[in-house]
Design a protein around this ligand. Structure first.
Ligand SMILES: COc1nc(N)nc2c1ncn2[C@H]1C[C@H](O)[C@@H](COP(=O)(O)OP(=O)(O)OP(=O)(O)O)O1
Length: 210
């Protein structure tokens, strides 16, 4: 059995790196992109029973994709305060949010990296309300849901960001994770696609994604 080689660290994920266990890495690039600045964002995913709430992005960055609820951390706010504010602005609800992941993204031609704190909320208060930015919708977290059981539809992985399927299993399993992906403009598809990525879990016992 071959043991995958472990890089010494991943720029942007240095904190906690010694606690991480790699789960998946890949891409065509051999080196990580450089960056000069980092912008801080949040992303919150709400769970209720066997469902997860995602928002369909109606404008701006990530248009027509499903994602958690979040945005920029404003001056003077903590990341958790920003996550709670964005959840209320975009979906009309509050939740006891727990920090579960950190993602670090870079795009070719951008000297600014995205650091995204991922939060998980189990349960919520308030009435889920569509905003001008997001249309909230429930999706099933069960692997075996079928349309005739009256369950929510399956998570639409093809309408999430391309690297989300690598870390979503850890969010669903409630397992702390970290990851980085660099994106490059694909001239054939005319969109940014991942060219190098690395994802890992903190500690040792999560199921590894295929
Ligand atoms: C691969 O890259 C990404 N994947 C995922 N899953 N989410 C990402 C990625 N890159 C950015 N995001 C998230 C981070 C934020 O939650 C949103 C972007 O926030 P937005 O631009 O909407 O920020 P706001 O402060 O709400 O902006 P406005 O000025 O438009 O209100 O996407």
């Amino acid at each position: 059995m071959s043991i995958p080689s472990m890089p010494e660290s991943i720029p942007g994920l240095e904190k906690d790196f010694n606690l991480l266990r790699e789960t998946v890495s890949g891409g065509t690039s051999t080196r990580w992109m450089d960056h000069k600045k980092v912008k801080f964002y949040t992303n919150a995913f709400i769970f209720h029973g066997n469902k997860v709430l995602l928002g369909y992005k109606k404008r701006g960055f990530g248009l027509h994709k499903y994602n958690g609820f979040g945005g920029k951390v404003e001056l003077g706010e903590t990341s958790l305060e920003a996550a709670a504010r964005e959840l209320e602005e975009e979906a009309g609800i509050k939740s006891a949010l727990k920090h579960i992941g950190i993602l670090f993204f870079l795009s070719d031609g951008e000297d600014c990296a995205f650091h995204i704190d991922i939060y998980r909320g189990d349960g919520f208060a308030g009435v889920i309300t569509e905003s001008e930015e997001m249309r909230p919708e429930w999706f099933s977290t069960s692997a075996d849901n079928s349309p005739d059981t009256g369950e929510a539809p399956s998570i639409p992985y093809e309408q999430l960001w391309e690297t989300d399927p690598y870390w979503f299993p850890y969010l669903l399993l409630n397992t702390p994770f970290r990851g980085r992906a660099d994106f490059r403009m694909d001239s054939e598809e005319s969109k940014l696609l991942p060219c190098k990525w690395w994802f890992g879990v903190l500690g040792g016992s999560a199921e590894v994604a295929d």
